[in-house]
Design a protein around this ligand. Structure first.
Ligand SMILES: [Zn+2]
Length: 320
C-alpha cells in the first residue's frame, strides 16, 4: 500500500484524517500493452477496457477512461476513440483476440481528448466515426488541440501518430443503429458533464455505456460552464428511467445504478448543499475551496479535484 503524499498534504489542509489510501493506484495493470488494463466482459457481447481512475500519466499512456466495444453478429462497435493512435491500435488488438468480426463503427462519448484523439487511428483503418455535433465542435475548437498538447507532454513516444481527426458523421438528438442482431441506441439525454455527452444504450441487454454523465470510484470533475443542476436533472429524468441493469461509466468500474448514482449525483448534490451553506454564512471564494468534502475522500482523484470542483460550484451558485 502506498500513501500519496499529495493526498496527505490536502487532507491535512482540510483537517480531515489522512487515513485513506486510494482504492487502486497501480501505475499500469497491463505492461504488455499500451492499455492500462485488458478488456473485461461486462455482459454478453459487451466488453470494456477499464482505464486508470487517476489522471493521465506516462505509465497509463492516457488510458484513464473506459474504452468499450460491442460485438454483434455483423461487426463490432467501439465506444470511444481513445486518447491516442496507439491506444486505439492496442484496443483493436484486444478486439481481435475476442472476435473475428471487423470493427464497423466508432462512437465518441464527448469532445474530450481521451474520447476522440484515437479517431486518427480508426479513420486510417477506414472505420466511420459517429459523435454528437456539440462534442465534435468542442473537440475541434478546444479539447482536441489542448488534449493533443497534453498527450505529447505526458505520453511521449506513445503520442506518436496521433492527430486531430473529426468524426465522419455527427448526430443531434439520437441515432438508432441496428448492427446484426443488436440494437444500439446512441443518445444525448441532455446537458451533463460536457458538450454533446453521449450515452450508448443497449435495450436488449439493458446495458448502458453511459460516458461521463456517470462516474464510479473516482471523483467527477466539474468544469467551468458545466451546469450542475442540468447534470442532476438529466440523470434523474432521462438516465434513470432507462432502467439500466449494468452501467459502464465514463470512468471507474462498471456497476449498478445505485452505485453510479451515489458516486455522481449524491456527490454533486452534497457539494451544492455545502456551497449553499457557505454562501448563507456570507462565505467568499477563498474559503469555498475548503468546504468539508471528507465524506468523498474515498474517491480516486479526490486530491486533484475536490478543491477545484468547490471553486467552480461556488462561481456557479454565487449568482443563483
Ligand atoms: Zn472523461
Amino acid at each position: 500500500m502506498r500513501f500519496d503524499t499529495r493526498l496527505i498534504a490536502t487532507a491535512t489542509l482540510l483537517a480531515v484524517p489522512a487515513t485513506l489510501a486510494k482504492a487502486d493506484d497501480t501505475p499500469d495493470k497491463y505492461p504488455d500493452s499500451v492499455l492500462y488494463d485488458a478488456p473485461i466482459k461486462v455482459a454478453e457481447g459487451v466488453y470494456s477496457a477499464i482505464g486508470a481512475t487517476q489522471p493521465p500519466t506516462y505509465e497509463n499512456a492516457g488510458h484513464n477512461n473506459n474504452l468499450s466495444f460491442i460485438v454483434t453478429s455483423d461487426g463490432v462497435a467501439v465506444i470511444n476513440g481513445g486518447a491516442s493512435w496507439k491506444l486505439a491500435e492496442a484496443l483493436h488488438d484486444e478486439i481481435g483476440k475476442i472476435t473475428d468480426q471487423p470493427v464497423k463503427l466508432v462512437i465518441n462519448e464527448n469532445g474530450q481528448g481521451h474520447s476522440m484523439l484515437g479517431n486518427s487511428y480508426w479513420t486510417a483503418q477506414g472505420v466511420p466515426i459517429l459523435a454528437h455535433e456539440e462534442a465534435a465542435a468542442d473537440f475541434i475548437d478546444t479539447e482536441g488541440p489542448r488534449g493533443l498538447e497534453a498527450l505529447k507532454s505526458y505520453a511521449l513516444e506513445n503520442a506518436e501518430g496521433t492527430t486531430i481527426v473529426e468524426p465522419t458523421e455527427t448526430f443531434t438528438d439520437r441515432k438508432d443503429i441496428q448492427m446484426g442482431d443488436t440494437r444500439i441506441e446512441v443518445l444525448n439525454l441532455g446537458p451533463a458533464h460536457s458538450p454533446g455527452d453521449t450515452q450508448v444504450w443497449l435495450p436488449g441487454s439493458k446495458v448502458l455505456i453511459a460516458g461521463d454523465i456517470a462516474f464510479s470510484e473516482r471523483m467527477p470533475p466539474i468544469f467551468e460552464g458545466t451546469c450542475i443542476l442540468c447534470w442532476i436533472e438529466t440523470f434523474e429524468t432521462a438516465l434513470e428511467p432507462l432502467g439500466a441493469e449494468i452501467i459502464v461509466p465514463g470512468h471507474g468500474a462498471p456497476t449498478d445504478l445505485a452505485t453510479i448514482r451515489h458516486a455522481t449525483i449524491d456527490y454533486l448534490k452534497d457539494l451544492r448543499a455545502k456551497i449553499a451553506e457557505h454562501l448563507d454564512n456570507g462565505g467568499d471564494l477563498s474559503q469555498a475551496y475548503y468546504v468539508d468534502q471528507s465524506q468523498w475522500e474515498w474517491m480516486d482523484t479526490f486530491e486533484e479535484l475536490a478543491t477545484k470542483n468547490a471553486g467552480v460550484v461556488f462561481s456557479e451558485m454565487e449568482f443563483e
